[in-house]
Structures are given as C-alpha cells and as structure tokens.
Design a protein around this ligand. Structure first.
Ligand code: ADP
Length: 475
C-alpha cells in the first residue's frame, strides 16, 4: 500500500516514514498509511507558503470565494463516503461522521460568503483635509495544528477563514486521523488553490511543531492544555500571533424546576455522544437536591441502554474510544474516581465482534468538586454528578474550575437562566441545551485556561485571520 503523501508547494511529496492509521472499531483494519513529514519538509512548506502569499493575497475575494464554494460543494456531495471514512478512522458513529462532513461543507460555504463581505471602515479625521481608513489585510503564513476528535470540522473552520482572507497555510492534522485531513486537502487542491497556498504536513506534533512555529506569522492550535502551553511559549519567542483552543471541564446545572426529560436528554447527549470526546462535552453535572435521585436514576437508565459498538454498524449510538492511550487513560480515571470514594455506574470494558476500544459510558454519583475526576479533563464517556442545595451553590461550583469553555443550565426559571447567562465564566452558555453542539456562523471559544486569543468561527474569525491597517490620507 502506497502511503498518502504530503502536499508541499503544490506537489504531492512522499516520505521515508509513514504512520499507520488504525480503525479504533477494529484494530485489524488499517485505514491507510500516511507519509510523515520531516522538519525539512516543513521548511519547504514554509518557503512555498511565503512565495505564494503575495499572489494569493492579491487575488480577488471572489476568486477565493469560488474555490471555497467548490470545496463546499464537493464535501456536501461526498458527505456519506467521507463521513464513513471519518467514522472509520476516528470511531465516532457513521451518522456523526456524515454530520461532521456536512458541517465542514457549511463552514466552507459560509466563508466563501465572508471572503467577499469582509468590511473596512472610513472614519472622519480630527484634522482638516485628512481621510482615515481602517482595512483588514491577511496576517501572512498561518500554521494550523488540529486534534483528532473533529478531524474534518476543525481543519475546515481554520482553513476556510485562513484562505478566505488571503492567507497561505501550513496545516498539520492530528497523527491519529490523517485520512479526513488528506481528503480535505485533496479537495482544496483540485478546487484550484494555487501551489503553496495550502500545504499539508502530516506526522507527529512533537517532531514538526517547532519547525512549524519557525515558519509562520500566526498559529491556530486546538488540542490539549500542556501542548498548547508549550506551543505558546515557543511562539511568543517569535511574536507569532496566537489562537489556542484547549480543554474543558464543562458543567451542566440541573435545578429542581427543570423539565426532567429535557435535562436527561441534555446530559446524555452532552456527556456521552461522540464518545465524550468533545472539548465541549458535559463532564460535571451539578444537580439540585429534590430532583437529584429522579434525575440520576433516569440518566443512568438511559445511559446504560446506549448501544456501544462498531462505528459503522447501523445500530451503534456510541462508537469506540479513539485509541489505546485514550482508552487506558479513561480506565485510569475510572479507578481514580472509585479510589476517591465516588459511586460508579456503568463503565464496563466491552467486547465486540471486532477488536476495538469499547467502553460503556460511565457516571460517577456522590462526587465532590474537589475530586480529581472533577478537576481534570477526562475526554471520554465519563461524567460526574455533584449534589447541591440550591442555585447559588450550583453556580459557585460550576465556576470553580480552571476551565471556561462551555456551561449549561436546565431550568424553567427565567430568573435563574438569565442570572446564569450573566455570571457563568465561560465562552459558551447553554440554557436547556447540551453543553456541546454549536452553530457554524457564530463565535466559538472559551475563557480561563480553555482558550487564548481571538474567537474562532463566524464573522469573528476575521480577528485572527486578518490584521488591521489604519491609513491616513491627505488627498
Ligand atoms: P491529544 O493529547 O488530544 O492528542 P495534543 O495536544 O497532543 O492532544 O494534540 C493536538 C495536536 O497537537 C496534534 O496535531 C498533535 O500532533 C499536535 N502536537 C502534539 N505535540 C505538539 C508539539 N510539541 N508541538 C506542536 N504540535 C504538537
């Protein structure tokens, strides 16, 4: 099997090394081999991106929009095939995979529109006879480093605005999920991006990260907090513009006056869908006294009925965990929770027809917010319950975390819902909705240790992918 190649300066470049892409639903199934780029390849990609920058930035916005729109159309047309590929390499269900490819298509379509809508300003000067203009220009060569949990949507929401606003790109996808990334770059390449405008360098972040930082004017990263911190420190040495999206420990408050069915749906979806591998996943469910027992028993019951299985099997609701390392980490947290005295429901290791990383979703009841299972991001199908007396205590606990990505509340009280919206310290606030599940046309991002730099997505993406020039003119 010939490895899939990297794209550098418009050429598909093979490599001496390749990484095997393994299906987490069936570890005997190899999805393919993907060439590992070297730091030298990254340097070549940097040169190509730099050389292409002027020409690309000067194309008309409409020409760039047409390329993005063509990519959106192909993604839409191939969403079933690519969704299946995504599910096969990442382990989310086929339906979730197809949904994600559909989302990537919407994102490209949206930014095709944004390319031609990018506004400037004209302001009166305080001096007579002077005109002032504020315009946005491309930032330059942009490095994009992405995780495995949304292998096509996250690349899409970084690449689309980068290209729309005239930047050139060095893109490094996660080593666990290169197939979706490769397919996306192939589409963009055939859609007509000129050589060097988009460069794909696959392989390990630990090998390529420093080289990427050395080549770029701006870097957008989504991944873990330790990696984000180390990238940020290196990037600051070169004054690289930064955007980091990292972890979460997202709370969902359930008040006594909540609609029980809505609350259980929100918790089930937020905590366990996509195998809990979302940075916006619900991990701490903070439940008021009176509804507590009813809620925990209804949620446990629904959770234990979730069908865990091969990502591509029609009946599967929850796919496998992405790989051995993540699987072991989940098991470690299950042990930690028990040692800390929490009551575990579910969480059995499951066997299926094919060898894969199958884990039954788990809920820890009777936990306190000081336990490690409530402080550290687990990134798996594991959630906790924290019992509280009232709303004020719930809000205090919700905010008592180093993270601040998403947070939710289930209540029929307008007063509490409004107060929660105002006082929750997170970038996303959900009322009677799961903490995960977002629209593509509005900003996404968090506070505290969850995020750094300008927001992603929607019109706000322009803040990161453009830089402002203020011109003063005496005509
Ligand atoms: P996870 O633990 O969920 O895989 P990571 O933060 O390790 O999260 O990975 C997210 C992305 O960051 C991946 O593309 C990975 O290859 C990349 N990465 C990992 N280490 C580094 C590093 N030192 N420098 C740059 N990128 C890195």
């Amino acid at each position: 099997m010939k490895p899939y190649a990297n794209l550098i300066g418009g050429q598909w470049m093979s490599s001496n090394d390749a990484l095997k892409n393994v299906n987490p639903s069936d570890t005997d199934d190899a999805v393919g081999e993907y060439a590992s780029a070297t730091p030298n390849d990254v340097a070549d990609a940097g040169k190509a991106a730099r050389a292409a920058l002027r020409g690309w930035a000067r194309t008309t916005a409409y020409a760039r929009a047409e390329i993005l729109a063509a990519a959106a159309r192909e993604l839409h047309a191939r969403r079933e095939e690519l969704g299946e590929l995504l599910a096969r390499e990442e382990g989310k269900t086929r339906a979730e995979g197809i949904g994600e490819v559909g989302r990537a298509s919407q994102v490209f379509e949206f930014f095709a529109g944004e390319a031609v809508r990018l506004p400037g300003e004209r302001a009166p000067s305080v001096r007579p006879g002077v005109e002032v203009e504020v315009i946005r220009e491309p930032v330059g060569v942009v490095g994009l480093i992405t995780p495995w949990n949304f292998p096509i949507a996250i690349p899409a929401w970084k690449i689309a605005p980068a290209l729309a606003f005239g930047n050139t790109v060095i893109f490094k996808p996660a080593e666990l999920t290169p197939a979706s990334a490769w397919a996306l770059i192939d589409i963009l390449n055939r859609a007509g991006t000129p050589p060097g405008v988009i460069n794909l360098v696959m392989g390990k972040g630990s090998v390529l990260g420093t080289a990427i930082i050395g080549e770029v004017d701006a870097l957008s990263f989504t991944g873990s907090i330790p990696t984000g911190r180390s990238i940020a420190a290196k990037a600051m040495e070169r004054m690289v513009k930064l955007q980091l999206e990292m972890g979460g420990k997202n709370p969902l408050i359930v008040l006594d006056d909540a609609d029980l069915e809505i609350a259980v749906d929100c918790a089930l979806n937020g905590a366990f869908f996509q195998t809990g591998q979302r940075c916006t996943a619900t991990s701490r469910i903070i439940v008021q006294n009176q509804i507590h027992d009813k809620f925990v028993s209804a949620l446990s019951e629904r959770m234990q009925r979730l069908r865990v299985g091969h990502a591509l099997a029609a009946e599967t609701e929850i796919g496998p965990v992405v790989d051995q390392r993540q699987f072991d980490s989940n098991l470690r947290y299950l042990e930690i929770g028990e040692r800390e005295g929490a009551r575990r429901i579910g969480g059995a290791v499951l066997r299926r027809e094919t060898p894969g990383f199958y884990l039954q979703p788990a809920l820890f009841a009777d936990t306190s917010n000081t336990m490690r299972i409530n402080r550290e991001e687990i990134f798996g199908p594991i959630a906790t319950i924290i019992r509280v007396d009232g709303y004020d205590e719930a809000l205090e606990i919700a905010n008592d975390t180093e993270f601040g990505l998403s947070a939710g509340i289930c209540t029929t009280s307008l007063k509490h819902a409004r107060d929660f919206q105002a006082r929750i310290q997170s970038g996303l606030a959900m009322v009677n909705l799961p903490t995960a599940g977002l629209d593509f046309h509005v900003p996404f991002g968090g506070r505290k240790a969850s995020s750094y730099g300008p927001r992603e997505q929607g019109r706000y993406a322009a803040e990161f992918y453009t830089t402002i020039k203020t011109s003063y003119v005496r005509p």
